[in-house]
Write a protein that binds this ligand. Structure first.
Ligand SMILES: C[S@@+](CC[C@H](N)C(=O)[O-])C[C@H]1O[C@@H](n2cnc3c(N)ncnc32)[C@H](O)[C@@H]1O
Length: 442
């Protein structure tokens, strides 16, 4: 339970951050970071917990409110919706007595711009407590509301994954574990022992060399050796990129959408004798993160701020033997990590992605040397951004040969083989959802 004094301020800060996600489309992480600027450190954990809880459950809360209100939920002020969502999360969480949650929500409203709605907030939450059993039963019956997903997302997932869609919704509703990638210059046994000595429980994933998961997520600064690059935070699904890439000494490698550089660093760590490692990203601000990540691990790559779809503007003409295209995507495979994706994305946003991905793929292909390999990757689950996109490209590209997933050296067996690539589903092996396909150039 959050200490009472901290909780009072935390509710208001969290609600304001959630209101910004609702209204401005900013990410939850950046809204929380802004909201917490200058706040005492003790407030950080409760604000994050309340903010994430409210956003993770937002569409469930919206459905609950829809049963309680006579007006459409969307007609409520955003801050009022956010205060209600924080309170409904606290009621679900059940660590604070229900009467105290209602009382606190009313007080939060009174102390903010939502003061005029304090009566409504009080009435709605009290009615929910009275009618909760029946309302919750209705919420449970619908997989979308049960797992806090918007209806359109549930429909999209059902269309692409008619058997697995409810499992995928549930995976998006779960809390993500914290995976680490161990740098080469220490052994797993040593690092697990170091973590144990620091009181941090963890286990290795033996099928993916260097991967370990913490029993309980923690601040990176608490990780022994983090500042020295001994470990990096990287999901297990992302670490699987090493298998289809098949790196080797002397290869020229392009990371075509590199920021924040998790996979660039992995490549530099895994193969210290590459002839070249070029990392490009369209966002100079995000490219700075690649620089930081490489520097922390004492790793090197040539960094370029540019458009990977327009190589004429930056490419020196020397072809690459390996290209990783970790394309911008709808990110439906990482919803458990970024639950605000469900609030910030629309079906139109998803439909905008395949033409962008196809343009990037065609441009990357032009930079690939004959005999080279391109790995197409996304952290999403839609067929249109994964299998269908790769199929259309392979069909239209005479010198492209699908490199069957059976031939990926060391692949740990995760994911569904769709005949072209592999789809890791979120939650499988405790990983995020990822898609990989590899194409060889004749
Ligand atoms: C999925 S993220 C890459 C994650 C990264 N590979 C990693 O493992 O840390 C996609 C990246 O593509 C970048 N991007 C989007 N469009 C691009 C373009 N036309 N050219 C280069 N980079 C682009 C985005 O800025 C974003 O950083």
């Amino acid at each position: 339970m959050i200490p009472a004094a901290a909780a009072a301020g935390a509710r208001s800060i969290a609600a304001h951050a959630v209101a910004r996600v609702l209204g401005e489309g900013v990410t939850l992480d950046s809204a929380l970071q802004d909201a917490l600027a200058g706040a005492p450190g003790a407030l950080v954990p409760p604000v994050r917990s309340l903010g994430y809880g409210a956003v993770r459950g937002y569409f469930r809360h919206e459905a609950i409110l829809g049963m309680l209100l006579s007006q459409p939920v969307r007609s409520l002020d955003r801050l009022v919706r956010a205060i209600l969502s924080v309170a409904l999360f606290e009621l679900e969480d059940a660590r604070t007595p229900a009467y105290a949650v209602v009382d606190a929500a009313v007080k939060t409203a009174k102390a903010t711009d939502a003061a005029r709605a304090s009566g409504l907030i009080n009435a709605v939450l009290r009615r929910y407590l009275r009618e909760r059993a029946g309302i919750d039963a209705g919420i449970e019956r619908n997989p979308a509301t049960r797992h806090g997903a918007p209806a359109w997302l549930a429909e999209r997932l059902r269309a692409d994954w008619p058997v697995r869609w409810t499992q995928l919704l549930a995976a998006g509703d779960a809390q993500a574990p914290m995976w680490l990638r161990l740098a080469r210059h220490t052994t797993m046994e040593e690092y697990l022992a170091t973590l144990g000595a620091a009181g941090i429980g963890a286990r290795a994933e033996p099928r993916v060399p260097g991967a370990l998961v913490l029993d309980v997520p923690c601040d990176v600064q608490e990780l022994p050796g983090f500042a020295q690059g001994l470990v990096s935070v990287q999901d297990l699904g992302a670490q699987c990129v090493a298998f289809p890439l098949d790196l080797g000494a002397g290869l020229r490698v392009l990371d075509a959408c590199a920021a924040p550089g998790g996979k660039t660093a992995l490549m530099a760590e895994r193969e210290a004798h590459l002839a070249r490692l070029v990392a490009i990203d369209i966002s100079p601000a995000r490219l700075a993160r690649v620089h930081e990540n490489l520097q922390r691990g004492n790793l090197h790559a040539e960094l370029i701020a540019g458009d990977a779809a327009d190589p004429g503007a930056w490419w020196d003409g020397e072809p690459f033997d390996r290209i990783l295209l970790d394309a911008p995507c709808s990110a439906l495979g990482v919803i458990r990590r970024h639950p605000d994706i469900r609030l910030r994305k629309s079906p139109a946003d998803i439909d905008r992605m395949p033409p962008i991905q196809a343009r990037l793929l065609a441009a990357a292909w032009r930079m690939l040397a004959p005999g080279g390999r391109l790995v197409y990757a996304t952290c999403t689950l839609t067929r249109s951004e994964n299998r269908d996109l790769v199929a259309a490209f392979a069909t239209a590209t005479p010198d492209a040969v699908i490199c069957g997933t059976d031939s990926w050296d060391g692949w740990p067996g995760f994911g569904e083989d769709d005949g072209l690539g592999r789809q890791i589903l979120p939650g499988e092996a405790a990983a995020d959802g990822f898609y990989y396909a590899a194409l060889n150039k004749r």
